[in-house]
Design a protein around this ligand. Structure first.
Ligand SMILES: NC(=O)C1=CN([C@@H]2O[C@H](COP(=O)(O)OP(=O)(O)OC[C@H]3O[C@@H](n4cnc5c(N)ncnc54)[C@H](OP(=O)(O)O)[C@@H]3O)[C@@H](O)[C@H]2O)C=CC1
Ligand SMILES: O=C1CO[C@H](CO)[C@@H](O)[C@@H]1O
Length: 270
């Protein structure tokens, strides 16, 4: 179970990350694009001290943003992220979004040169694992074909009403761990109030968020949940003592598309 860090206000970020570590989270998902790596780093430091942990107990992820694609800029972006987070090394570094065909004629070469930077950081021991985020099947297949080291993770938008099944299946078939971003569809989605989800929560005697997280785990997908509320943080971790049955898994998987904004890896540009 991972903890997401899209949190705006500085103090709120520091205390959310510190509380998350005190609640038991060990995977902290950050990114240069969230603009709060200094605060995330402070939260990690406080959480480690408060709970008498070591740096090595925490798994820290960051991601290179779209305007830093390419070998040289990626290395620089990594160094900046590391300096802001102050954690010595990263456990996982991801390409946040692929360069895609719509915006880059040379999308494949551009992804390869960004990836080469990640490979070099990995070989140098600066990052313990490397991966991608928001890569479609085609984009991931090209990267695997062209390079020596296969991505270890593909972090995808994946939640009830928007499951990127093709990309997830291709990743898993190639031993690439899938992480789910925005598991609850973000703050304004109706996922946690969806009647199918709330009825299943009643059936299993758990919360709607726990139903969603179980649905992900049972597909061998690692969820990245974000919360500023310590009760929700604990609730989201307490999901290892029940199992959704097959029919209920299917009910969630076949929910119609939700009303959220869905980002398409083949066209997204920012
Ligand atoms: N790779 C990528 O491109 C992307 C990665 N991400 C990553 O994924 C993480 C999660 O996605 P995010 O967009 O933050 O949204 P989430 O899907 O995690 O939803 C967060 C919302 O859910 C609420 N919530 C959490 N737990 C509960 C609960 N138990 N009961 C009721 N409400 C709950 C939170 O409210 P409250 O605070 O009150 O609990 C908050 O409003 C990000 O923080 C980021 O790390 C996100 C987007 C893109
Ligand atoms: O990680 C992210 C945070 O959310 C953004 C959109 O709101 C995404 O573009 C981005 O991938």
């Amino acid at each position: 179970m991972g903890f997401g860090t899209i949190l705006k206000n500085g103090t709120k970020t520091i205390s959310a990350v510190e509380n998350a570590i005190s609640s038991g989270y060990r995977l902290i998902d950050s990114a240069e694009a969230y603009g709060n790596e200094v605060d995330v780093g402070d939260g990690i430091q406080r959480g480690v001290i408060e709970n008498r942990l070591d740096r090595s107990d925490i798994f820290v992820t960051s991601k290179v943003w779209n305007d830093h694609h390419g070998y040289r800029k990626t290395i620089q972006a990594f160094e900046t992220s590391l300096a802001k987070l102050r954690v010595g090394y990263l456990d996982l570094y991801l390409i946040h979004w692929p360069a895609n065909k719509k915006w880059h004629k040379d999308w494949r070469e551009l992804n390869d040169s960004t990836w080469l930077a990640l490979e070099d950081l990995y070989r140098a021991g600066e990052v313990r694992a490397i991966g991608v985020s928001n890569f479609s099947k085609e984009q991931l297949a090209a990267l695997i074909e062209d390079n020596d080291i296969k991505p270890m993770v593909n972090q995808l938008e994946y939640h009830p009403g928007f499951a990127q099944k093709e990309a997830a299946k291709y990743s898993q078939d190639n031993d690439v761990l899938v992480e789910a971003w925005r598991p609850f569809g973000g703050p304004d989605s109706g996922i946690l109030n969806n009647p199918v989800i709330t009825q299943l929560a009643d059936k299993y005697g758990c919360s709607p968020s726990q139903v969603v997280l179980r649905w992900l785990l049972q597909q061998k997908i690692l969820p990245l949940a974000r919360s500023s509320n310590p009760e929700h943080m604990l609730d989201n971790l307490d999901i290892f003592d029940f199992e959704l049955d097959r029919d209920d898994m299917l009910q969630i998987s076949t929910l119609p598309s939700d009303d959220g904004t869905h980002f398409d890896p083949e066209t997204y540009h920012s």
